[in-house]
Ligand binder design. Structure first.
Ligand SMILES: [Zn+2]
Length: 255
């Protein structure tokens, strides 16, 4: 039972094609649900840490996709300091219909443990094979969100959540709930969920962040905006989080 189309993926593709070719290299790297899956990288890759930035794994979370496009279009100076792998819209079929799931009816963000028939998850696993990222930042949204909140998993490094939440609080309120999405939260926008090996083993359906944290990075962040807030505020909140991440990676975290 497909939802009606409410967004035009060709328009998104046109925006990607109009990006500065001096700065970005835009490449379709696969087909998902019959639509092109785009990967964006710097035109001139640098030696340095690589950030994995992604959005739109859930089709009904448009602010993340818009935030990535805005970032690519503005390509701020900070963007040129680090390396990137960027997936602006992981689930284009869902994004077009404002539906969470893929055309196959799968929540892509639960398909990362073991074998799967989800072509998005299979493609992503291929794309990251053999790679290491200093950090993975995912943009999400929450229809029940009452403010901005954040997931963070990191090992052997300083958490960025305090800096990100302090920065985003200047853009929009932080989510005050003590329980968010089934997890304990601190009432100021931070999900309290230590991402340990044991916790990961217990979970049967892995989100993308678990796969990345298990094999490709020591640091995962999930930036979550409330769908009820105006779109421009939600985009600004994600971009504020990204700004903190870039500053941290390009500054005291060079490795
Ligand atoms: Zn999501």
């Amino acid at each position: 039972m497909a939802m009606p189309v409410v967004r035009d993926y060709r328009r998104l593709e046109q925006r990607l094609q109009r990006l500065s070719r001096r700065v970005w290299h835009v490449e379709p790297v696969g087909l998902v649900d019959g639509l092109r899956f785009y990967q964006v990288r710097p035109r001139k890759p640098r030696a340095g840490p690589t950030i994995l930035l992604s959005a739109g794994i859930h089709g009904e979370e448009p602010a993340g996709v818009e935030a990535v496009l805005t970032f690519l279009e503005s390509s701020p100076a900070g963007a040129r300091v680090v390396n990137w792998i960027i997936w602006p819209c992981i689930n284009p079929y869902g994004w077009e219909r404002n539906q969470r799931r893929s055309r196959q009816g799968l929540d892509i963000n639960r398909q990362f443990r073991g074998r799967t028939r989800c072509e998005h998850a299979r493609l992503i696993k291929r794309l990251v094979a053999g790679r290491h990222f200093v950090l993975s930042l995912e943009f999400h949204e929450d229809v029940d969100g009452q403010g901005y909140y954040l997931y963070e998993g990191c090992r052997d490094r300083t958490p960025l959540a305090p800096a990100i939440l302090a920065r985003v609080a200047r853009v929009m309120p932080l989510d005050p709930r003590p329980q968010i999405d089934g997890h304990r939260a601190d009432g100021r926008g931070l999900i309290l969920r230590p991402l340990t090996r044991a916790a990961m083993r217990r979970r049967r359906q892995w989100p993308m962040a678990y796969h990345l944290f298990a094999h490709h990075t020591d640091h995962v962040l999930g930036s979550e905006t409330p769908v009820g807030a105006p779109l421009d505020r939600r985009v600004a909140a994600h971009l504020a989080a990204l700004e903190v991440v870039i500053a941290a990676v390009s500054g005291d975290r060079g490795q």
